[in-house]
Ligand binder design. Sequence first.
Ligand code: HEM
Length: 214
Amino acid sequence: MVGKYLARPGLAIMALLAAGVALYSLRYYGALTDRWLDVDPKIHAVITQVPVRALTHMLIAPVALLLGPFQFFSRLRAKYPKVHRGSGRVYVAACVIAGIGGLATAPSASGGPVAGLGFGILAVLWVATTLGAWRAAVQRQFALHRLLMRFSYAMTFGAVTLRLQIPIGLALGFSDYSAMSVWLAYTSWVPNVIIVALYSVTEALRRPLAPATV
Ligand code: HEM
């Protein structure tokens, strides 16, 4: 009961943070016309090195970040099921395209191979989980669909937790984003996945058992 009321403000805060990070990412459109607005010099170098891969990722991933939270509002889902399906398809397409772009960019990550490995693992899990969630919806396995979409968005939301962790890294003495990205490539998403796993297990344990049929 309490969880139900806490869930809505939680979702609203998640949507606001996601929108903030997604809108801030619009500055990467400037790269298409060689205008670099508040872009970290080492990320600038990554884009210069692998422009199609990096920009495919950086310009499309924000679409998934922005749409994701609205998919979890149960009232919206119940009232406008067609909107949920349409926006869900765009979310899946954005994750798959941006995930492939992220995977292709990972070997050039500004933080070096250890950071690249973290982002690479994330990309593979992100695409696989999202495609699994989509397949479950098509097969009308809605409990599995909901569970996998939670995991998918936990990874998408890594874009927000990564940026929230940057001030902490600076306070800890890292000189810039690239220096701390060896850690961020893991700490930005592993805790999110653990939180979703714990939440889902707790929810399953709380649910009353279905009455025996035999
Ligand atoms: C969840 C799977 C994701 C993977 C595997 C991934 C992977 C990567 C990689 C490898 C880089 C280059 C980092 C570097 O050179 O240090 C990068 C940067 C970036 N990614 Fe992602 N990313 C993911 C999610 C997202 C999402 C959801 C967004 C939405 C905003 C996003 C937006 C960006 C942006 C804007 C950059 C440029 C660096 C920055 O501004 O911090 N990524 N990503």
